[in-house]
Write a new protein. Structure first.
Lengths: 125, 479
């Protein structure tokens, strides 16, 4: 097999490659944040209680909150009342499964092609 | 069998890549332990408690043990492959030799982002801790945490720049102190020494037991990974240990045992002292749960000890993350998967100095701007993608080089059971992330798909084909 000789990359081109990769990285974290789509969907139900009793706290739990410096239940009501919503649609779940499986299939398929080329060049002398 | 001794001292540093100066082979098993446990132990000091928020205290315990099984499989697989592929880059280098270039590029990115995000999370926690110390010392007002975040990262990057032996010896000392602090807190609060102040029955009664039911147990697996995330980082030391065949399996397996103990003790102490809703809110409630637990003991020595423990754990973790992320980035540069400029070794300190310096502002950007749970999730997702790759890698490794065809530093038992269990637990964890953080999951995979297309259609042209394969192995079976 013909020996592949990689072209020499100029400094500007190297810099450009780094900028592209960094833009993708920051995009992956910040775009969902800017669009308000990031973070766990933990919400406080409307009309949730504000007293220890209404929030279902027993004597031991109240004592520990007091020991932590929270004597006013309203100060921690958001923490105590907030809950995740785990309802989901099967369609969304299937879409996620397809995305993950497709990603790994894509990786393995492209990698296999490249790997055969590497092995051929390494061992076919 | 190939004529190759895994413990050969001739394969020093960058030798196989034809450069003059390589990384130094100066580390022993204790340093490998310090690297692995040092990175991870902070997971006991902060972050794991989001699992309590997602499913309740019992769910977090189930997640702790199932994640423990997941990481035991990771450690077993890693011990075999890394003790055989003894080069910097860890799983990236494994993927390059076993699966193929595109997978290797992705794995390299998983490693860099998992560690850089973890480093950012550590810096955020260090900043929080210092502001808490200021508050407890009587400071009124809001302390600006940013200078402490910046200084922590800059100091540790400088330490890494100066040499790996000092960096990981420092890690060994502060990790040992942080681990001892957990043991002392456990002994002092559970009745083994003095009177027990545990209140599990009262704090976990009624709806507090399993507030979301069984789906909460599944959901808790998401942050259950945080108890152990990063133990696979021991592989990054492969090119700098004196004896890969001995030090890597010993350091990694001793590390996972240490973490299983630390995670269980942490869960026991924290859930016995802190109401689950407060414990489970790592942003507005208990940011550093072991420190919060110490505050509830009313013992000043314990408060100081756990304060120091938390600070040391965050520093040890950030330190190890800088070490690992820079090795992964350096390896990508050395093979031209990234610009070759990053593949340089410092002529005096023998460290990948350009990669160390380059990753500092990126870690700072995330530490100063992103919320803790986002950063943690970003890190977990990168780790999870890596763990899903590992069983595929292991199965292909045994298939392409069957037992006896090459010298392995360590052979893990029960193959392919650990790989199958790992794959199954990864699938469960993907579902757990989907429950509540599905958007990040999709964003993350979209990022890796776009980056992969960029690599395959553009970047790969700068990579010489045969020179990527640096191990002196025979031709893989079936090729």
């Amino acid at each position: 097999m013909a020996h592949y000789v990689a072209p020499k990359q100029g400094k500007l081109s190297q810099l450009f490659d780094v900028v592209v990769l960094m833009a993708l990285t920051f995009g992956a974290l910040y775009i969902p944040m800017f669009l308000g789509l990031a973070g766990g969907v933990k919400t406080v139900p409307e009309g949730a209680g504000q007293t220890w009793e209404a929030m279902g706290q027993n004597a031991a739990q109240i004592a520990q909150y007091n020991a932590l410096g929270f004597t006013d239940p309203a100060a921690v009501s958001d923490i105590i009342n907030a809950r995740y919503d785990y309802s989901f649609s099967m369609t969304a779940l299937l879409v996620m499964v397809v995305i993950i499986v497709a990603y790994y299939v894509l990786m393995l398929k492209f990698s296999e092609t490249e790997y055969r080329e590497v092995i051929a060049e390494k061992f076919d002398k | 069998m190939a004529d190759f001794d895994i413990a050969s001292k001739e394969r020093d540093g960058m030798g196989p890549h034809g450069t003059n100066v390589g990384l130094l082979r100066v580390l022993g098993p204790a340093h490998v332990w310090a690297l692995g446990v040092g990175i991870v132990l902070v997971g006991e000091y902060m972050g794991w408690n989001f699992a309590v928020g997602k499913g309740g205290a019992y769910a977090a315990l189930v997640a702790c043990w199932f994640a423990g099984i997941l990481y035991t499989c990771v450690a077993m697989i890693d011990s075999e492959v890394t003790s055989t592929v003894a080069a910097a880059g860890g799983q990236y280098t494994q993927a390059k030799h076993i699966v193929g270039p595109l997978m290797a590029f992705n794995v390299g990115l998983y490693l860099v982002f998992a560690y850089t995000m973890l480093e950012a999370a550590n810096a955020i926690t260090a900043g929080y801790l210092i502001s808490e110390v200021a508050r407890l010392s009587g400071f009124e007002g809001t302390l600006d945490q940013r200078p402490f975040i910046i200084l922590s990262i800059m100091f540790l990057a400088w330490l890494n720049y100066r040499g790996v032996l000092a960096t990981l010896t420092f890690n060994l000392v502060i990790t040992a102190i942080a681990f001892t602090a957990i043991i002392i807190l456990f002994l002092s609060t559970t009745g083994i020494v003095g009177t027990s102040i545990m209140q599990h029955a009262d704090l976990m009664s009624g709806s507090a037991a399993l507030p979301y039911g069984w789906i909460g147990v599944l959901a808790a697996m998401h942050f259950g990974l945080w108890y152990y995330l990063g133990i696979e980082g021991t592989t990054q030391a492969a090119e700098e240990v004196r004896s890969p065949a001995r030090a890597l399996p010993f350091g990694t397996l001793a590390g996972i045992m240490t973490l299983l103990i630390a995670a269980t003790l942490t869960w026991y102490v924290c859930t016995g002292l802190i109401p689950w809703e407060f414990l489970g809110d790592g942003l507005n409630g208990s940011v550093a749960p072991l420190f919060t637990a110490a505050l509830l003991t009313n013992s000043q020595p314990l408060v100081w000890l756990l304060g120091v423990g938390t600070l040391f754990a965050t520093l040890a973790s950030a330190n190890g993350c800088i070490n690992d992320a820079s090795r992964a980035w350096f390896s990508l540069g050395r093979d031209k998967y990234l610009p070759g400029w990053f593949g340089a070794v410092h002529p005096t300190f023998r460290t990948p100095y350009r990669s160390i310096v380059f990753l500092v502002p990126i870690a700072l950007a995330f530490a100063l701007k992103a919320p803790l749970d986002q950063v943690v999730t970003f890190s977990i997702l990168s780790g999870l993608l890596n763990y899903t790759f590992m069983p595929l890698n292991m199965i292909m490794f045994r298939k392409k080089w069957p037992m006896g065809s090459i010298t392995r530093g360590y052979e893990h038992p029960f193959h392919p059971l650990p790989s199958i269990v790992l794959l199954l637990l990864c699938a469960i964890t993907f579902f757990a992330v989907f429950l509540g953080y599905g958007t990040q999951l999709v964003a993350m995979i979209a990022f890796y798909i776009v980056a992969s297309l960029w690599f395959h259609f553009w970047r790969y042209r700068f990579v010489n084909r045969a020179s990527q394969f640096t191990m002196p192995w025979p031709r893989p079976k079936g090729y």
